[in-house]
Design a protein around this ligand. Structure first.
Ligand code: SAH
Ligand code: SF4
Length: 394
């Protein structure tokens, strides 16, 4: 430091930058990790090997302590511990539904909370993860849409949700035991269907997905990961090229008039623009088919005419239609379609040659369904805030 440099009041009292603590080593891509290791003095020639070693400890074995990285020299482990931390979101609460669904509330930096849901099925276990705290979009049937965007999650916070779930499921391999090829894994699939619009947090979502897909770590194949978007058209081709996972699209309506109301991003990129883009996706990403999500709202989008329009619209796109019975939330302006209506709709779609599974609501007793996430938490927070306000005025 130059001894003559004037120290202004401003610099003394208001640090321009938060004091830099150790960096989180979770969430860095292989390239990012390499750069970070070189920056702390790892010789360039060794960097690649060190990345491989550390990567395996973090994402294959799930260790949380540099000292457990026994194939690294003691001094090097100490150097790592001096500069980095291994940090994942902290579990605040965990609820288990009668049907086995697990809902976790996790806390991330800044005290924000997001929810993660694990859904066990016979042949698979799906983890539903979040990409943002809140959402900038305002889909009228979605509870997350009524909450403001607070911030994007970092790649570490996204991959950290997967690591947290593996911790809870006890699914990190034991030395000498395989990685799960022997049978279905407990956590075998990931869907980006929690809070937020993943394509509005592109880089962090991409980096996190790449870490999860990496064959030397958690190693879930790209076919077992599904990114759900409301239809951010300009990012779809990029998702195909840079992530290459399966794509689900929140379609929900068969006319622009109705879709404008349900999924307002439709005013920016309408049905035709979206479909034109989707026709390119399977080719670009080698994915077999696109999932069209369709929430069943009584009297709004659930008629036979809607079903027929839907199959006409998507003609030529390798697709599966996932019908989602609307999950009601307090104050929601819609109702769930009757079961017979949902079945009649599914039948028309099925007869047109598309798989049309009806999503079974899971974890209803713990409000773990799509579009309900965070609602209970937000309500709890609201009532705490109300109580505080009342205490102040009372
Ligand atoms: N933002 C992304 C991903 C998160 S929402 C997207 O919109 O695709 C995941 C899925 O749940 C979307 O298809 C969404 O439309 C649907 N969804 C939201 N609220 C719902 C509700 N209350 N009932 C049923 N499905 C809902
Ligand atoms: Fe956001 Fe998806 Fe909810 Fe729409 S449905 S408000 S894009 S989270």
């Amino acid at each position: 430091m130059e001894p003559t440099a004037p120290i202004t009041q401003d610099v003394m009292t208001i640090p321009r930058k938060a004091p830099e603590g150790p960096q989180n080593i979770v969430g860095l891509t292989r390239e990012g990790l390499r750069d970070a290791l070189i920056a702390i003095g790892t010789p360039e020639k060794q960097a690649r090997m060190r990345v491989g070693q550390i990567w395996q400890w973090l994402y294959h074995w799930g260790v949380r302590d540099f000292d457990a990285m026994t194939n690294l020299a003691k001094g090097y482990r100490a150097l790592l511990a001096e500069h980095f931390v291994i940090a994942i979101p902290e579990v605040v609460s965990r609820q288990v539904s009668a049907d086995g669904t697990r809902k976790y509330l996790v806390r991330i930096a800044g005290g924000h909370e997001v929810e993660v849901v694990y859904i066990p099925e016979e042949d698979r276990g799906t983890l539903c993860i979040s990409s943002q705290v809140g959402c900038t979009l305002t889909c009228s049937f979605c509870h997350t849409g009524t909450q403001k965007l607070v911030r994007n999650l970092t790649a570490a916070e996204i991959v950290g949700q997967v690591m947290m779930a593996r911790d809870d499921l006890g699914e990190w391999p034991e030395p000498g035991v395989g990685t799960g090829e022997a049978g279905p894994r407990l956590l075998s699939n990931i869907v980006l269907m929690g809070m937020g619009e993943p394509l509005y947090n592109f880089e962090n979502v991409r980096d996190a997905m790449k870490i999860v897909m990496d064959g030397e770590g958690i190693a879930l194949s790209r076919r077992r990961m599904t990114l759900s978007t409301s239809g951010v058209v300009p990012e779809i081709a990029r998702a195909a090229e840079e992530i290459g996972c399966m794509l689900a699209v929140s379609f929900h309506a068969t006319t622009d008039e109705v879709r404008d109301k349900l999924v307002p991003i439709n005013k920016r990129w309408n049905i035709e623009t979206l479909l034109n883009e989707l026709r390119e996706y399977p080719r670009l990403s080698n994915s077999e088919r696109i999932t069209f999500e369709y929430v069943m709202l009584k009297g709004v989008n659930d008629s036979d005419a809607d079903a027929r329009r839907l199959v006409k619209l998507i003609a030529g796109i390798p697709a599966k239609i996932n019908l989602i019975p609307f999950n009601e939330w307090p104050g929601a302006p819609y109702e769930r379609s009757d079961w017979s209506r949902i079945e009649a709709f599914a039948d028309i779609v099925y007869k047109a040659g598309y798989a049309s599974p009806i999503r079974t609501p899971r974890g209803e007793d713990i409000m773990a369904a799509c579009g309900q996430l965070k609602s209970a938490t937000e309500r709890a927070r609201k009532s705490r805030a109300q109580i505080e306000a009342e205490t102040r005025t009372g």
